[in-house]
Design a protein around this ligand. Structure first.
Ligand code: HEC
Length: 159
């Protein structure tokens, strides 16, 4: 078998257009190896752009009642549970795609984000929104890990 017989090998970068398998080299491994080397840079770049390596942290167990009090105290200047204000409405936010509340005009950065709201992404967002999604428009942070956990527990039960 020569390299042309197995174009779908997952090791071979399919975007390496110009680098065609050179069949005069008989050893298939040599061809695959050179292909892998030739496209390693491009492949690695694509992968890291799509999914930057990040250590997601799961917040500790939160108290939804304390979270509700914190929400009313800190978040309602800009947010409401059921209506879009300065910030988007929050009912159903857990599990929703980032930047997807109908009728709210998000920053381009949020609208184009491919993240989903989970305890981990909410934790990172509330700790430092700009660090999570550079260019976003929420100028507010929650420093305490336990307070973030309480807020997340509250948001999770807004169904
Ligand atoms: C000073 C105003 C302001 C405050 C205070 C504020 N936010 Fe926001 N929030 C925003 C804005 C504006 C956005 C939209 C950001 C964008 O489009 O870039 C947002 C977006 C969000 C989102 C993303 C929602 C979605 O639909 O993708 C979450 C979650 C969120 N805020 C949670 C909170 C929580 C919880 C608090 C309180 C601890 C809070 N925010 C306090 C202004 C605020």
């Amino acid at each position: 078998m020569n390299a042309d017989d197995k174009p779908q090998d997952p090791l071979v970068c399919t975007s390496s257009g110009g680098v065609a398998p050179r069949v005069e080299i008989s050893a298939g491994t040599a061809v695959l190896l050179s292909l892998a080397l030739a496209c390693a840079g491009a492949c690695a770049q694509t992968v890291s752009a799509a999914a930057p390596l990040r250590q997601w942290r799961t917040p500790p167990l939160g108290d939804a009642l304390r979270g509700m009090a914190l929400y009313q105290e800190r978040c309602t200047a800009c947010h409401a549970v059921d209506s879009n204000k300065t910030g988007p409405a929050h009912r159903g936010v857990m599990g929703r795609r980032v930047g997807s509340m109908p009728g709210y005009k998000y920053s381009i950065e949020l609208a184009q984000s491919r993240l989903r709201w989970t305890p981990q992404t909410l934790n990172a967002w509330l700790e430092d929104p700009e660090e999570l999604i550079a260019g976003q428009r929420m100028g507010f942070q929650v420093e305490s890990e336990q307070e973030r956990a309480d807020l997340i527990a509250y948001l999770a039960q807004l169904k």
